[in-house]
Design a protein around this ligand. Structure first.
Ligand code: BGC
Length: 453
């Protein structure tokens, strides 16, 4: 592996609902994911995050694993319903105590804590009042961010406001395959603006509570037309606007992209005067999550799972990407897509692009513990190796990337897939909570050690 720049952050990421369990402990309230998991048929095999990887109780062991791995940064998320069980009002101190202890333990182990404030677990009482369809939720988010920062900001160098608002809008409110399970199609678009407004308001409240650096994390996918036809190029352009620009142009350029392909005009009623100024306030870093590219056509050859229904009003259809290996999830493994995306971001935003952190990248694999107790996840090692080489090429080409945080530290609750997709460097036996580092754990540990000497 080529040498990365000095001071580059090497890390791993998780999210609260996916690992913590302990959903009723210490005054935590329900989130939309607790509710969604109880909806029959919503989650494969009826799994829930009730116990997950029991990280809420086993965090000392997990911090020990991070120390063995040698990571210098750990991205976790703060569960809003632990801090404000009702989604508003004073802080539930016992909920914040958990993140306080975790932060101190990370720092004691020489690991920089990088908290995300919203990784999809909206307090259910806020959903009952409209969730992200309601403008008020943005203001509630800013209040919650201030409570978390007042408690932790003295020890946190970098905060992330939102994780992948694109997925919340499309899967949570557009298609209904994620919590809160609403299938509004384009009617979900106000949730994009309200999340972005929440980001802008939270940045202001984080800074006044003493936060040093603030970022937002989006997931990006190069949008490849399925053919040379102008119609497919237009389909790819529409998809690019939705996934790659809708949540980034307002933040970095202070303007929404052209959404006319969706029949959306320049100034929808839910965007009010002054909103874009708040949303585009200076950002210290951009979090980039990358898994695979997207291939689009104007007319479907075949529909992918989680693709909008073929009769939908959307101006694109997602197509399979043949010719590449696939992960256990069936996602194509295209390391060059990471370099392509980073170069595109730099070309698109130029001086407006702040330093980048790769805040997620990884793959699910069919990991099993062998009779000798090992987990030989060679596909994950190949995935990570390929993506890190592509990342290095992007850095060599001049993109300012400051760190790489792989998804994920440990196997966890993979949303609508339940425990059926394993993304961890550490295998979890969900019946016994036994942790077994996989071959990729040793590979990443050795890589980090070699990079840091
Ligand atoms: C999300 C994670 C998720 C991962 C793999 C990202 O979209 O932020 O929560 O587990 O992808 O699907």
């Amino acid at each position: 592996m080529p040498q990365f720049p000095a001071g580059f952050a090497w890390g791993a990421a998780t999210a609260a609902y996916q690992i913590e369990g302990a959903v009723a402990a210490d005054g935590r309230g329900d989130s939309v994911w607790d509710t969604f998991c109880r909806r029959p048929g919503a989650i494969r095999d009826g799994h829930t995050g009730d116990v997950a990887a029991d990280h809420y109780h086993r965090w000392p062991e997990d911090v020990g694993l991070m120390a063995r791995l040698g990571i210098t940064a750990y991205r976790f998320s703060v569960a809003w319903p632990r801090v404000q069980p009702q989604g508003h009002g004073p802080a539930n101190d016992r909920g914040l105590d958990f993140y306080d202890r975790l932060t101190d333990a990370l720092l004691a182990a020489g690991i920089t804590p990088v908290p995300t404030l919203f990784h999809w677990d909206l307090p259910q009482p806020l959903e009952d009042q409209g969730g992200w369809l309601a403008r008020d939720t943005a203001y509630r988010f800013a209040d919650y961010a201030a409570l978390a920062a007042r408690r932790l900001a003295d020890r946190i160098p970098l905060w992330i406001t939102l994780n992948e608002p694109f997925v919340v809008t499309t899967m949570g409110y557009g298609l209904g395959t994620h919590a809160p399970g609403q299938a509004l199609m384009l009617g979900a678009l106000p949730t994009a603006h309200h999340q972005l407004l929440g980001h802008g308001l939270a940045m202001a409240s984080l800074r006044s509570a003493g936060a040093r650096q603030v970022a937002i994390t989006n997931n990006y996918a190069p949008a490849w037309p399925a053919s040379d036809s102008p119609a497919d190029a237009a389909a790819a352009g529409a998809y690019d606007a939705l996934q790659n620009r809708l949540f980034t142009d307002p933040v970095l350029l202070g303007a929404y992209p052209d959404l006319s392909a969706f029949g959306i005009g320049n100034s929808p009623g839910y965007v009010r005067d002054g909103d874009l100024a708040l949303i585009s306030a200076p950002l210290d870093a951009l979090g980039v999550n990358y898994y695979s590219p997207a291939r689009l056509s104007a007319l479907p050859d075949s529909a992918l799972p989680d693709s909008p229904p073929p009769d939908s009003a959307l101006p694109f259809h997602r197509e399979p990407i043949p010719g590449y290996p696939v992960t256990a999830f069936g996602w194509p493994v295209v390391p060059a897509g990471l370099r392509e995306m980073l170069l595109l971001l730099r070309e698109r935003y130029g001086q407006a692009l702040p330093p980048v952190y790769i805040t997620e990248n990884g793959c699910s694999a069919d990991d099993v513990v062998a009779a000798d107790g090992t987990v030989d996840d060679q596909p994950r090692i190949r995935y990570l190796d390929g993506h890190l080489r592509a990342l290095h090429e992007a850095i060599t080409a001049g993109v300012d990337v400051r760190g790489y945080l792989t998804w994920s530290l440990i196997d966890n609750f993979e949303w609508a897939e339940g425990y059926n997709q394993r993304f961890g460097l550490v295998h979890i036996d969900f019946a016994t909570q036994q942790r077994t580092p996989k071959a990729s754990f040793g590979w990443y540990r050795d890589l980090i050690a070699a990079q840091r000497t």
